[in-house]
Design a protein around this ligand. Structure first.
Ligand SMILES: *[C@@H]1O[C@H](CO)[C@@H](O)[C@H](O)[C@H]1NC(C)=O
Ligand SMILES: *[C@@H]1O[C@H](CO)[C@@H](O)[C@H](O)[C@H]1NC(C)=O
Ligand SMILES: *[C@@H]1O[C@H](CO)[C@@H](O)[C@H](O)[C@H]1NC(C)=O
Length: 397
């Protein structure tokens, strides 16, 4: 079944052309078709309603895609077989935890536009971070600040507004519960026509804030695996003294206070530890029109290993070096969070469920103070929203 959400509603057009014949001579047939049509509409809406519940991470991706690429039309597809509908985005079951959202319906969103269809991406042997070098670097910042936690934020070169919003909100939390926290932004090279301009602005921004890291790969969606491994490389070579690291996307709300409480809890391990929103038994997407398409040559198994959703995962800082080392032997593919999962599996490191999994939220439908005071991460719509919500949380608490 395929539902197209676009300006031209194709199935609607079809239904109009079906009814061209004179009405009288086809009353029964017409009524019958109407009945079938009504039933189909009912069935579709039932499924849609079911799958668009706000707490579902699939909805989040839908929103995220819509937000980032707002003017492209989106194709929502439901796989025909029941089995595959049930395994998407379900959390890692643990003996002492009830399994939530087991029956989540798969919604695969593919964004169809020339520039975003990523067919046959080849990232063979290009993801290994030491193939690259830093153009902007802060090699001494960890020695100077001796952070307990380092927040590493991958961001596109031109997204200055996102960086500034973070700098004035959670990125400005430098001491939390007595522990030093540092926030750094990670960019690649701008590939656009105005690359020289962007580069000059980045250098200026770097002089001003001293929080930019830039490596010499072209900063594209398809190169996010490289970016993540560059983050790991930087942590292992420039910041081994930190106790924890976190990869957190630039469109996230982060409650650093709650994160620190989690990291300082007596049960939180300081080695081989990684947590976030645990993804369990995710099917590899083989639809070539999908943003998340991965060819069988790049990743042959039908399912990914257990991994943490890329929007925000936190790890003990022994892992970056181990991940970089093991990545030499693991063929890269373009789904960065699942790739980290593949590396973890090879290392024999099992992702941990957070003590309270509902703190790693993908999406909160609306702003509710109490919810934002309780979570660790959730996705936001814009840098302005981050500033607004933060202001509200800080002025009233
Ligand atoms: C699930 O879908 C994949 C392709 O997307 C297919 O190869 C696999 O056989 C399906 N699983 C089941 C149980 O039907
Ligand atoms: C960061 O917080 C300090 C106070 O702790 C404040 O003086 C400073 O203006 C803040 N920086 C930004 C960019 O908001
Ligand atoms: C990824 O970066 C490499 C190195 O800069 C570049 O050659 C390649 O074109 C980029 N790949 C994609 C898909 O953008």
């Amino acid at each position: 079944m395929e539902v197209r959400v676009s300006n031209q509603n194709s199935w609607k057009r079809c239904s109009l052309t079906q009814n061209r014949a004179p009405y009288k001579s086809h009353t029964k047939k017409g009524l019958f078709l109407l009945f079938i049509f009504a039933f189909l509409v009912f069935a579709i809406f039932n499924t849609m309603d079911y799958s668009f519940k706000p707490v579902l991470p699939s909805n989040t991706m839908y929103n995220k895609v819509l937000n980032q690429i707002s003017y492209y039309y989106v194709v929502v597809e439901f796989p025909s077989d029941r089995e595959n509908k049930t395994n998407y985005l379900a959390p890692l079951p643990k003996a002492n935890q009830q399994v939530l959202q087991r029956t989540t319906t798969t919604i695969e969103i593919s964004v169809t536009a020339e520039s975003t269809v990523t067919k046959h991406i080849s990232v063979d042997h290009v993801a290994y971070p030491r193939n690259y070098h830093f153009i902007l670097d802060e090699p001494d910042t960890c020695h100077q600040q001796n952070p307990f936690l380092v927040l590493m934020v991958p961001v596109a070169p031109h997204q200055l507004a996102a960086r500034n919003a973070i700098r004035s909100t959670w990125g400005n939390e430098s001491t939390v519960q007595g522990k030093t926290v540092m926030t750094l932004f990670v960019v690649g090279l701008s590939g656009g026509a105005d690359a020289d301009n962007v580069q000059q602005q980045l250098q200026e921004e770097s002089r001003q804030h001293r929080d930019l890291l830039q490596s010499n790969f072209v900063d594209t969606y398809a190169n996010l695996t490289t970016k993540t491994m560059v983050i790991m490389d930087w942590l292992s070579t420039r910041c081994a003294q930190a106790t924890f690291g976190m990869k957190v996307d630039s469109d996230m709300f982060l409650n650093v206070e709650n994160l620190m409480t989690l990291l300082l809890a007596p049960n939180t391990l300081q080695q081989n530890y990684i947590t976030g929103m645990v993804m369990w038994n995710q099917a590899v997407i083989r639809n070539q029109n999908s943003k998340w398409y991965v060819a069988e040559e790049m990743y042959p198994d039908p399912n990914y290993p257990v991994y943490l959703l890329g929007m925000g995962y936190v790890f003990s800082n022994d892992l970056p070096n181990k991940l970089v080392e093991v990545s030499k032997d693991i063929k890269p593919f373009n789904i960065e969070d699942a790739y980290v999962g593949a590396c973890l599996k090879r290392l024999g490191v099992q992702p941990s469920n957070p003590p309270d999994p509902s703190q790693f939220r993908s999406y909160l439908e609306e702003y509710k103070r109490d919810e934002f005071l309780r979570v660790i991460t959730t996705i936001l719509n814009s840098p302005q929203q981050l500033i607004e919500f933060w202001h509200d949380l800080k002025t009233l608490s």
